[in-house]
Structures are given as structure tokens and as C-alpha cells.
Write a protein that binds this ligand. Structure first.
Ligand code: C5P
Length: 414
């Protein structure tokens, strides 16, 4: 659904249309995607790596046996890194290699090693496109689940007129945005809480925490990608909000509780990711307390516990809580799971180098009798993995493939 934080591996092969890939990179980066360009040896004859590096803000990868590049990220790591593999333009030669699994260059090796969805946009001379050999390769790829964008018909660089033109970069951008999305959570309404809350002391001061709302927004994005309708109830945050979510801005824990109660009526899933302030001043003064005044003792009272309140509701949505912990992650998360009557508790480690604000983190997903570790990885990747797991739990017969083969899972009998 969204390109934000999406990791796109863009392969460019030998076709005159390679120049359009430059504009495609610009559009993807503009929309927040991370783009790693990989050029086939022939592509280098058509467009300069320096242009693509400037547009993607990353070194372009070209050779399979590049020791320096392999040291920083091996080709297998690169294949795992990608959320989507796109080849635009894809030459006839590239389609033939992809169809037969020939891994004789970096791009083809990555295509064999990745588990991400693959999209190819062929571009070539009309006769080459219509040649039965090319058509057979294209059909084999479609049967194997590769998404193929039909070339446009029109005037070609070689002087002929026919099918073989690479579609406009904007069209390709839209196709990439849709790639890998499915409807596993179609019809599900999810409420997500995100960010911190602020509890005012006086008109100038408040109690809060370091939460940035990044994880909550990544979860909302991942739910949208799976087809859910998302209401995002967020405290004060200054990161871009998911454009397709219904967003409700609140400040205090009490306001967040009110907003959640107003929206959970028809919801099947609540992901309580907000770092709700635990306490608030017992009294809030209407006037600013002067610095010259005697230092006073701030009396605190607990804020309403939103997740625990929902845990007592009958019927209640599937409840996913978050536990930011500095130690004993699994144990503390399971205690909270029981105390709040939630279905899943996701523990994340916070500390000097972890947690709030960091883009990479590790999660432990705890339910009544098992724990699953995810990461370390980017918050967007972890959010997608978590949402896939939630989708399986919500409808066990859903078409979502549980990602747990990729995660370390330990199940304990209790
Ligand atoms: O703060 P605590 O560790 O108890 O938070 C665990 C979970 O409970 C989180 O999912 C958080 O969003 C939720 N919570 C809440 N209302 C509070 C405190 C926490 O919904 N007042």
C-alpha cells in the first residue's frame, strides 16, 4: 500500500529504456522507499551508475564478485534485505535467464535467492517481444508467480512500431506500490495506538516519555498493506502519519482512552503500541508555577490503563499489547499479558542503545505458552512480520503464510 520504508531492489538490464529507470528511482525515493539499484553488465552501457547513485543515495551494485561490496552486504543478505525485487527494464536476455534460473550475474543470483515478490517490466524491440522464445519465458515466469507488466505499444527507439516500450515511470511506481499486498486482513477494522501521551503539570509543563510513534505507524502501514481498515490514535508525534489510516490526534491518556472507546465498537483488533504515561499529576494548575516559588512536591496518580480496560470488555477485540522492558523481557511480558487479559504481548528492549527512536530493534512476541523472537531488523520489517503473525492468529485458515519459519520459535509446555 505504501512505499514508505519499503526496501526495493531495482534491477536494470540492457535496454535503451534504462534511462526511464532513473526517473523511477526518483519517484520511489520521493515516496519514502529505500532503493538499492543493481545493474546488469549490459545496463552499464546505457545509463551511468553515478546518476543512479545520486538518485538512490546508495552505491549501485554491479558485479557478483565484488569483494568490497560483499563485505558490507553479501548478495544473500541483499536478497533477504529486499521487500520487493523489480526489474525495469527487463531485456529478453534477462527474461530468458530468469525463466531458466541461470545465475550468472549479481541480479540473477539475487532473483534466485530472494523470497520477496518479483515484478518485471520487459522492454525490447517488438519482434523480440513477440518471438515465441520470449513469450514462453514470460509465461513460465507468470506461472511461477512473477508479476509481469506488459510493455506499451508504440514507436520504438529502433524505428519500429509495436509492443515493447517500457511503461511510464509513474505507472511502474504505482505497480510497485501494489506489489506484495494482499487481502489477508480485508474487512478487518484495526485500532492502533501510537506515540507517547503528555500529562500536563501546568500550562507550560508536562510528564511524557521518549516514544516517537515510529513502531505504531509501521504497524498501521503493515495492517493497511494487508487490506485492513486502520484507525490510528496517536499522541504528540512529529513523524509522517500513514496516509491511508484514519488518524485521531490526542494528548493525554484520558483522551486516548476516550478515543479508543469511541472507535473500538466495530473493531476486531486493537494494537496498543502507545507508550501511555503511567502517571499524571493529581492536580493541574491553571497558571504557570513560577520558578521563584518554593519547589513543591508533585503528587501523582495512575493514568487509566487503556489495554486493561479493553481486556475487561465483553465481547472484546483481539488484543495486542507492547511491553517496553529493560530486563527479563519474556517474564515481564507474560505477567502483563495475564494482568491485562491480552492475547499477545510484544516485548521490546529499551535501554541506552535500544528501543525508543531507534530504527532497528528486536521483539519477543509472547502469548500464554510460547515466545517468538523477531529481529534485529528495521521497525517496518518487524511490523510486517508481527502483522502476518496476528493475521494467522485472527483467522487460522487465512491464506497468509506464517513467517515463523524465518524466526526462532520456542514453545514451552506449562
Ligand atoms: O506501561 P505498561 O508496561 O503497562 O504497558 C503495557 C501495555 O499497556 C502497552 O501495550 C500500552 O500501550 C498499554 N497501556 C495502556 N494504558 C496505560 C498504560 C499502558 O493501554 N495507561
Amino acid at each position: 500500500m505504501t512505499l514508505r520504508y519499503r526496501k526495493v531492489l531495482l534491477g536494470i538490464t540492457g535496454s535503451i529504456a534504462a534511462y526511464k529507470a532513473c526517473e523511477l528511482v526518483r519517484l520511489l525515493v520521493r515516496d519514502g522507499a529505500e532503493v538499492q539499484v543493481v545493474m546488469s553488465p549490459a545496463a552499464e552501457q546505457f545509463v551511468g551508475a553515478m546518476t543512479l547513485e545520486a538518485l538512490s543515495h546508495r552505491p549501485v551494485r554491479t558485479a557478483l564478485f565484488d569483494r568490497e561490496a560483499e563485505m558490507s552486504m553479501s548478495h544473500i543478505e541483499l536478497a533477504r534485505w529486499a521487500d520487493a525485487v523489480v526489474i525495469a527494464p527487463a531485456s529478453a536476455h534477462c527474461l530468458a535467464k530468469l525463466a531458466t534460473g541461470l545465475a550468472d550475474d549479481l541480479l540473477m543470483t539475487l532473483c534466485l535467492a530472494t523470497r520477496a515478490p518479483i515484478l518485471v517490466a520487459p522492454a525490447m524491440n517488438a519482434a523480440m517481444w513477440e518471438n515465441p522464445a520470449t513469450q514462453e519465458h514470460v509465461h513460465a515466469l507468470i506461472e511461477r508467480g512473477v508479476q509481469v507488466i506488459s510493455p506499451d505499444v508504440g514507436e520504438q527507439a529502433c524505428g519500429e512500431t509495436g509492443p515493447g516500450r517500457l511503461p511510464d515511470p509513474e505507472y511502474l511506481r504505482a505497480a510497485i506500490e501494489e506489489l506484495g499486498t494482499d487481502s489477508a486482513l480485508k474487512g478487518v477494522h484495526a485500532v492502533v495506538t501510537a506515540g507517547p501521551t503528555r500529562e500536563p503539570i501546568d500550562p507550560a509543563r508536562f510528564i511524557s516519555n521518549f516514544s516517537t510513534g515510529r513502531m505504531g505507524c509501521a504497524i498501521a502501514d503493515a495492517l493497511l498493506e494487508r487490506g485492513a481498515q486502520v484507525t490510528l490514535i496517536h499522541g504528540p508525534i512529529d513523524i509522517p502519519l500513514p496516509p491511508d489510516a484514519d488518524c485521531v490526534a490526542v494528548t493525554t491518556a484520558a483522551e486516548m482512552l476516550d478515543a479508543v472507546m469511541a472507535h473500538v465498537g466495530d473493531c476486531q483488533l486493537l494494537v496498543a503500541n502507545a507508550a501511555v504515561a503511567d502517571w499524571r499529576p493529581r492536580e493541574t494548575t491553571g497558571q504557570k508555577t513560577r520558578k521563584s516559588q518554593e519547589p513543591r512536591t508533585l503528587e501523582l496518580e495512575p493514568t487509566p490503563d487503556i489495554l486493561a480496560t479493553l481486556g475487561q470488555k465483553e465481547p472484546r477485540p483481539f488484543l495486542v499489547g507492547f511491553a517496553a522492558e529493560t530486563e527479563n523481557l519474556e517474564e515481564n511480558a507474560r505477567t502483563k499479558l495475564r494482568a491485562k487479559n491480552a492475547d499477545l504481548m510484544v516485548a521490546n528492549r529499551i535501554g541506552p542503545d535500544d528501543g525508543f527512536g531507534e530504527t532497528e530493534t528486536t521483539l519477543e512476541v509472547v502469548d500464554a505458552d510460547s515466545v517468538m523472537q523477531l529481529g534485529p531488523d528495521s521497525k517496518s520489517t518487524l511490523a510486517r512480520q508481527l502483522v502476518d503473525h496476528i493475521a494467522v492468529r485472527l483467522s487460522p485458515v487465512s491464506s497468509v503464510v506464517d513467517f515463523s519459519h524465518a524466526a526462532r520459535r520456542t514453545t514451552r509446555s506449562r
